[in-house]
Each structure stands twice: as C-alpha cells, then as structure tokens.
Write a protein that binds this ligand. Structure first.
Ligand code: ZN
Length: 132
C-alpha cells in the first residue's frame, strides 16, 4: 500500500456537512459525485496532500444509511491507494483478511475500489483504491 488516499466520513446531510467542512478546512469541495451502484452522494475536499470524502446515503438500502443507523455520523472508512488492486486483494486474502468484493468495482473520484471487512481489521472498514 502506498499511502492513505482519503478518509471517508458518513454524514446525514451532505449539504450541511459540506458547509461544516468548508469552514473547517478553509476551502470548499473540489468535486461532488453520486455513485448510483453504492447508493451514495459524495463530496471530496483537499487538505494539503490529503483528502476527505463525505458520504451521504441516497436510499435506505445504502451501506451508509445502515452505518448511520447503527453508529451515527462519523468516520466510515480509511482508503489506501495501491498500484495493483487485484494483486493487493490477493495478497490480503492470502493474509486471511475478508474482502467484501471479489473484484474491484468502480468507485467515486475515478477509482477502482475494493473493501476489506472491518471484522478482520480491528473494526475499521478499509478501502483499497487505484486510479482508473
Ligand atoms: Zn472512499
């Protein structure tokens, strides 16, 4: 894994949270994007070399809706950038981690993504992402 690519934060109301994070970071989001397959609306902020992703559910079946129902708003995942996502997925499988998807899927911000189950990572949902 190369570096932390971004930190994902689950929010109830992305417009309200965009305002909060714009005030917090001193700059507005550089991108907003809906990922239909995941049932989320996202916005991305830059802070130096780092990124913050806000995620709002677009429907009740969305993983973000379930997360917020269970745990409230807050840090949802940590994403690491990788060069070869398939190789990294295989490496993690070999190490005994449980992956939430068999193949990389299209995520927000022009990335291939895959997720590692929090039960195998000390309670943190881990996202792998590779530039598409
Ligand atoms: Zn993410």
């Amino acid at each position: 894994m190369d570096k932390i690519e971004h930190i994902g934060i689950a929010v109830k109301d992305i417009e309200a949270s965009n305002e909060i994070y714009t005030n917090l970071l001193g700059e507005g989001p550089y991108k907003m994007e809906e990922v239909l397959t995941e049932g989320v609306r996202t916005s991305f902020f830059k802070t130096g070399p780092n990124k913050i992703e806000l995620l709002e559910a677009t429907d009740d079946a969305s993983p973000i809706a379930k997360f917020i129902k269970k745990r409230g708003e807050g840090i949802h995942h940590i994403a690491f950038s990788v060069n070869d996502i398939e190789a990294e997925m295989q490496r993690l499988k070999n190490e005994g981690f449980v992956l939430l998807n068999d193949k990389p899927k299209k995520g927000a911000d022009n990335k291939w993504v895959a997720f590692v189950h929090p039960k195998t990572t000390s309670g943190v949902l881990v996202e792998l992402c590779q530039e598409r």
